[in-house]
Design a protein around this ligand. Structure first.
Ligand SMILES: Nc1ncnc2c1ncn2[C@@H]1O[C@H](COP(=O)(O)OP(=O)(O)OP(=O)(O)O)[C@@H](O)[C@H]1O
Ligand SMILES: [Mg+2]
Length: 142
């Protein structure tokens, strides 16, 4: 996936494009969203509001927000922001990764790179002007 979006609305709608997924058998499904402040990571996740019929809050203060969902076999959505975090110790992050019922979106995953599983899909967000963003999928070979 690679896309230029020209508005907040277009970025919100883009999240639907990556949801052609079904749960893994052995573990959670994880998307890591990388990009500078204001590049649109939270906006992208907020696009799930229409699809999942939930209200998404900013995860900046809680670090991990959890939502009950019923979507393609997933029972919980986790929206995580590791911006102020450098170690996942004590956050029960590794527990969350174990359940195939969990659909997980992580902002600033590179802050805790060692804790991010190899099976995670990485999406990159680039600021291209006031209302313009480039959003693309690329493997992170860490
Ligand atoms: N095409 C676009 N896509 C996404 N957001 C856009 C776009 N154009 C303008 N914006 C604005 O850019 C801002 C994106 O903020 P957002 O909180 O989504 O960024 P973020 O990547 O989550 O930042 P942070 O690292 O601080 O969490 C919003 O104010 C949004 O309205
Ligand atoms: Mg954000």
């Amino acid at each position: 996936m690679e896309q230029i979006t020209k508005s907040e609305k277009e970025t919100r709608e883009l999240v639907g494009k990556i949801l052609d997924i079904s749960p893994f058998k052995e573990h959670a499904t994880v998307f890591v969203l990388e990009g500078e402040l204001g590049s649109g990571k939270t906006t992208f996740v907020k696009g799930l509001e229409e699809i999942l019929k939930i209200r998404i809050k900013s995860p900046t203060f809680n670090i991990i927000n959890k939502y009950k969902i019923d979507f393609k076999g997933f029972k919980y959505l986790y929206h995580i922001d590791f911006y102020r975090v450098s170690d996942v110790l004590g956050l029960e992050f590794e527990e969350i990764l174990k359940s195939k019922e969990n659909l997980i979106f992580i902002e600033w995953g590179s802050n805790v790179l060692k804790a991010i599983p190899r099976y995670a899909k990485w999406l990159y967000f680039e600021y291209k002007g006031e209302d313009k963003r480039r959003i693309y999928e690329k493997n992170n070979n860490y």
